[in-house]
Design a protein around this ligand. Structure first.
Ligand SMILES: NC(=O)c1ccc[n+]([C@@H]2O[C@H](COP(=O)([O-])OP(=O)(O)OC[C@H]3O[C@@H](n4cnc5c(N)ncnc54)[C@H](OP(=O)(O)O)[C@@H]3O)[C@@H](O)[C@H]2O)c1
Length: 385
């Protein structure tokens, strides 16, 4: 029995669909937030319907076992199905970039509650915890980052989210050394190699905005680490099942072979036809004397309306720009040495992403806005045409 958390999310949905396709969905038990089993199944079906038609999504959502509840409820759960669990794929998290308290409650306390229940699972063989490569903190610049213990709580982080993910790894290791723990740290998960951004446009709006404004808060020789969700979820299945892994910690990332240089990024968008903007991109450093002025001016030129939507989108873009400003990628040599398939490069599936959508950048931002806790501010009437 496989216990999966996060099945109603972007990566967890892809992971569950892999199980549907490889015939193991009936062996899955999904922890889903909801009042009862029917409500949870409906939420799962709704998420899957972004990747397939409604009937197929409902059928797929009907195959697995459902455990209604949240992570925090698990520590004391007496549901007997948990005693049969052999593998855990812990994908759930609060991925909000602006939340302070809930990222700690869910990503740390929730993870520890799951671990406390896992300790009492007599058949458990592997606990796959999904971290984030950015738990390394904000310091690295123009580097290929290697797998290492995350820095301590005082290290600089762009978002409390990544700090909480670092803390979760520390806490798991310290409090549950007996668990068969493997940590997988994806880098930046964007789009799907065949479905494009239909399952989620998360972060994709920002890359369109980067191209649209033509200002890049990065080194012109720098790079970024982007991977598609279907490649990541397939690697998670392998990390969960391969019996003889050489390590207990893996980047699930583009690495040296598939990282995206800014030249490649610009060329890939150019090949699909830029929609205006400055070419070549203007590189700037937000920590330099001009600060954010180049971005503010370019943003205002492209999104002149000073409404709630555009203001919040500018704040969201600045946050992502700070990640871009690091110009880093994450070494994936450990993962590839296991014999797993290398990732495709972003430039090779950008066309699929662009062709899969008709939404404006602003509409796609709204789809992602929960990450910035803007949902209440953004009603359909605030969405620019
Ligand atoms: N996306 C990326 O670029 C990226 C990069 C690196 C690492 N990661 C990691 O990958 C994992 C999945 O990310 P994602 O992008 O798929 O996130 P997502 O789309 O926001 O999905 C988050 C999932 O976690 C569930 N969840 C949140 N709080 C919960 C709780 N208290 N109890 C039970 N379930 C809860 C959500 O359930 P509801 O539907 O009920 O909200 C949802 O299913 C996370 O661990 C994240 O840190 C993601």
């Amino acid at each position: 029995m496989l216990l999966l958390t996060g099945g109603t999310g972007f990566l967890g949905g892809s992971f569950y669909l892999d199980a549907v396709r490889n015939g193991t969905a009936a062996d899955c038990l999904l922890l889903i937030r909801g009042t009862d089993e029917a409500a949870c199944r409906a939420r799962l079906a709704k998420n899957l319907s972004r990747a397939m038609d409604r009937t197929s999504a409902e059928a797929a959502a009907g195959l697995c076992g459902i455990l209604p509840g949240d992570l925090q409820s698990l520590a004391t759960s007496t549901d007997p199905r948990l005693d049969a669990v052999t593998h855990i794929a812990h994908i759930a998290a609060d991925t909000s970039f602006d939340s302070r308290d809930s990222v700690w409650q869910i990503n740390v306390d929730g993870t520890l509650a799951l671990a406390a229940r896992a300790r009492r699972m007599p058949k458990l063989q592997r606990f796959l915890h999904i971290g984030t490569a950015f738990c390394c903190g904000e310091a690295p610049h123009l580097e290929m980052v290697h797998e290492a213990t995350p820095p301590g709580p005082e290290a600089p982080h762009i978002a409390e989210y990544t700090r909480s993910k670092a803390a979760a790894e520390h806490a798991l290791k310290a409090a549950f050394p007996e668990l068969p723990l493997v940590v997988a740290r994806p880098s930046i998960v964007v789009g799907h190699t065949t479905l494009g951004v239909r399952p989620s446009a998360s972060i994709f709006w920002f890359f369109r905005l980067l191209d649209h404004t033509g200002v890049l808060p990065a080194d012109k020789d720098g790079f970024i680490d982007i991977v598609p969700v279907d490649w990541v979820s397939a690697r998670l299945h392998e990390l969960l099942r391969k019996p003889d892994l050489k390590h207990a910690l893996y980047h699930v990332s583009a690495g040296l072979g598939s990282r995206t240089t800014w030249d490649d990024f610009a060329a890939a968008f150019a090949a699909e036809g830029h929609d205006g903007g400055t070419r070549p991109y203007i590189c700037f450093d937000p920590k330099g004397p001009e600060g954010w002025r180049p971005f503010d001016a370019a943003f205002k030129a492209k999104f002149p309306k000073r409404d709630v939507l555009n203001r919040t989108m500018a704040v969201g873009a600045r946050k992502y720009h700070r990640f871009v400003n690091q110009d880093i990628a994450f070494d994936n040599a450990r993962l590839l040495a296991e014999g797993f398939a290398p990732p495709p490069a972003f430039k090779d599936y950008l066309k699929v992403c662009l062709d899969s959508q008709r939404a404006t950048i602003a509409e796609q931002f709204v789809d992602d806005a929960a990450a910035f806790e803007f949902d209440e501010a953004l009603t359909p009437s605030t969405v620019a045409a």
